[in-house]
Ligand binder design. Structure first.
Ligand SMILES: Cc1cc2nc3c(=O)[nH]c(=O)nc-3n(C[C@H](O)[C@H](O)[C@H](O)COP(=O)(O)OP(=O)(O)OC[C@H]3O[C@@H](n4cnc5c(N)ncnc54)[C@H](O)[C@@H]3O)c2cc1C
Length: 384
């Protein structure tokens, strides 16, 4: 009998990792609740499009029985990618569709969340539940407290609450380190009319622009908007110490013009026409050698467990693969109790995250190096 039979499982965080886990456990008869801080499911889901990898994100979706839904919602052609220099000259174009064995279908974050939510039983997700604290009870259960004053009890708690996980400190004091790059994220709605030259360059896919040890990455989205993020080497607290008000477009644009001086005027289109709210994101990474003793009834997955910069496109894929591997361990007859299942899951998760984290840090350094373009082109044309 698997270790979670008749147990109540609380997943905190309804991102891709938490929802994948909820689906996988629920389809195997487990009692699951997802506690999500968003007020409701209509909240606009932000962020760039996500490319799912066959051996991780897509593998989890297959196990979750959601490939038909994925195929109805992914964006054929959105995996087109252009590598350009700071003058917006195209150095390399990948037409997508898997030429050269790189097929990595793209899906927007919003539709991916919808697919997951629709796959769950009604009332699985408890919205407006921002986790603040937990307490082990004498009967072996865990009490969860939420910001709105509600409480819940569970036999097992899974932290899927992302980069700034409030549950992780109950498992380990190990903190992420600053990876040296700060991102400024922005969005342009109706990009065809609002920023037509970038829209044309984007060609329905992604742009990787590199130069002067900086990056601008732009993604088209299915709703006609685009999202972009600049990457620059800064101090950890630059976003605060610079004094820039990231809700003031004029100030952000002035910073961009100075920081990206010498870049073609085409890039100004992003800032001139952007939604006025920008998000500064200093990039962190979990130590690659992190370890901890497994807890008997609390574990974590995704960014909560192994935050890493986005430059290898692995974050969502790792979160979903964690969900699959954790579900397999919790549902397996092989482990005598939940503690043993958690320990087995965490050991393989840490080893994998360490390997992928190392690749991600290399890629982050490479894209922000003087040879960024050559390095990236070489990844796509290894024979040259
Ligand atoms: C700019 C940028 C670009 C990226 N691009 C890519 C990419 O191209 N490909 C890729 O694979 N990855 C990318 N990533 C990384 C990716 O977004 C994450 O790795 C992934 O979303 C992690 O999934 P998760 O489920 O662990 O956490 P999240 O997606 O962060 O989900 C956490 C959930 O928990 C909720 N939550 C948070 N705190 C609480 C709380 N206290 N109580 C209750 N709920 C809470 C949140 O509202 C959210 O719904 C990018 C990240 C950034 C910042």
């Amino acid at each position: 009998m698997n270790s979670i039979k008749n147990k109540n499982i609380a997943i905190v965080g309804g991102g891709p990792g938490g929802l994948t886990l909820a689906r996988l456990l629920q389809m195997n008869g487990a009692h699951v609740k997802v506690y999500e801080r968003d007020l409701n499911r209509e909240v606009r889901v932000q962020g760039a499009t996500l490319d799912l990898h066959d051996e991780s994100g897509l593998k989890a979706l297959r196990a979750a029985g959601l490939m038909n839904e994925f195929e109805a919602n992914y964006r054929p052609g959105a995996d087109k990618m252009r590598i350009v220099d700071k003058s917006a000259q195209i150095i390399y174009a990948d037409e997508g569709g898997g030429e050269g064995g790189f097929f990595r279908p793209e899906i927007d974050r919003g539709p991916l969340r919808e697919i997951m939510l629709n796959s769950l039983q009604a009332d699985t997700v408890v919205w407006d539940s921002q986790f603040v604290a937990l307490e082990q009870q004498s009967d072996g259960t865990i009490k969860l407290e939420f910001k709105n004053g509600t409480v819940a009890y569970a036999d097992v708690v899974i932290a899927a609450d992302g980069a700034n996980s409030k549950i992780r400190p109950y498992i380990t004091p190990v903190k992420p380190f600053y990876a040296g790059i700060s991102v400024v994220e922005g969005a342009v709605y109706h990009s065809a009319t609002a920023s037509p030259r970038i829209h044309q360059l984007l060609n329905g896919g992604k742009i990787f622009a590199m130069g002067d040890e900086k990056t601008i990455i732009v993604s088209s989205k299915g709703d006609g908007s685009l999202v972009f993020y600049t990457g620059c080497k800064t101090d950890e607290f630059w976003f605060r110490e610079s004094g820039i008000d990231f809700n003031d477009k004029t100030q952000v644009f002035a910073w961009f013009e100075q920081e990206f001086a010498g870049w073609d005027a085409i890039w100004d289109e992003l800032f001139e026409n952007a939604n006025p709210v920008f998000i500064p994101r200093p990039q962190y990474c979990m130590p690659l050698d992190q370890t901890w003793e497994a807890q008997p009834n609390i574990t974590m997955l995704g960014d909560a467990a192994h935050l890493m910069p986005p430059y290898a496109g692995e974050g969502v894929n790792m979160a979903m693969l964690d969900a699959l591997e954790l579900a397999e361990c919790l549902l397996s007859d092989q482990y005598t109790n939940i503690h043993a299942a958690i320990a087995a899951y965490e050991e393989q998760m840490r080893a994998r995250a360490s390997e992928i984290g190392a690749i991600t840090l290399e890629q982050t350094a490479s894209l922000h190096s003087p040879q960024a373009i050559e390095n990236m082109v070489a990844m796509f044309r290894p024979e040259e």
